[in-house]
Design a protein around this ligand. Structure first.
Ligand SMILES: [Cu+2]
Length: 195
């Protein structure tokens, strides 16, 4: 089915992808390296109406049904990254090498490719967009597993006020508390981004 995208977004992110080498390697999107607490996932926070997210949760809220969100990722690192978004088939509006500003691409909104993964080229940029038609907590991350573990991720909380009703709160709370007990009893220490 042919579907068009929009080039006008009400939520717009333009994040530089960066890597930091300190005692451990971390990836950053827009200066944030994601770290979420295993025992306190975003969906549980939403259910508990505890929505003052820590900055390390890398949350962008997408409040309005039917409006568009656009994410531009740029990287000067000479390695491609497969970018995956949960909850949507996103539209790829542009990608290429060099900086987005230098390339100044025309965004392709006329039935553009729809993907659940697309490549951020080495030393390049990727522009994706999605329409807020699916309430939920949606992770967007590099699909190279250890990059995800090193913080290469962000999340969209889409139509926050509608999310709790979509969950069975008891199931979520029970699952989280069971995990928490297991983690404590087994002496497991979280040593990565938590995703
Ligand atoms: Cu990666």
């Amino acid at each position: 089915m042919s579907l068009d995208a929009s080039s006008s977004a009400t939520v717009s992110l333009d994040d530089e992808v960066e890597i930091g080498f300190t005692s451990v390697v971390k990836w950053y999107l827009g200066d944030v390296s994601m770290v979420v607490n295993w025992t306190d996932p975003t969906s549980l926070l939403v259910i508990n109406n505890d929505t003052s997210y820590q900055s390390s949760y890398a949350v962008t809220t997408v409040p309005t049904a039917g409006e568009w969100t656009q994410l531009t990722l740029e990287s000067t690192f000479p390695q491609p990254h497969p970018i995956h978004l949960h909850g949507h088939d996103f539209f790829t509006l542009a990608s290429g090498t060099g900086t987005y500003a230098d390339a100044a691409p025309t965004l392709n909104t006329a039935n553009p490719p729809r993907r659940d993964v697309d490549m951020l080229p080495a030393s390049g940029y990727l522009v994706i967009a999605f329409k807020a038609d699916n309430p939920g907590v949606w992770l967007c991350h590099c699909h190279i597993g250890w990059h995800t573990g090193e913080g290469f991720a962000l999340q969209f909380v889409e139509r926050e006020t509608e999310i709790a009703a979509l969950y069975n709160a008891t199931t979520v709370e029970d699952t989280c508390s069971t995990w928490s007990t297991y983690q404590t009893e087994s002496g497991i220490t979280q040593d990565d981004s938590g995703i």
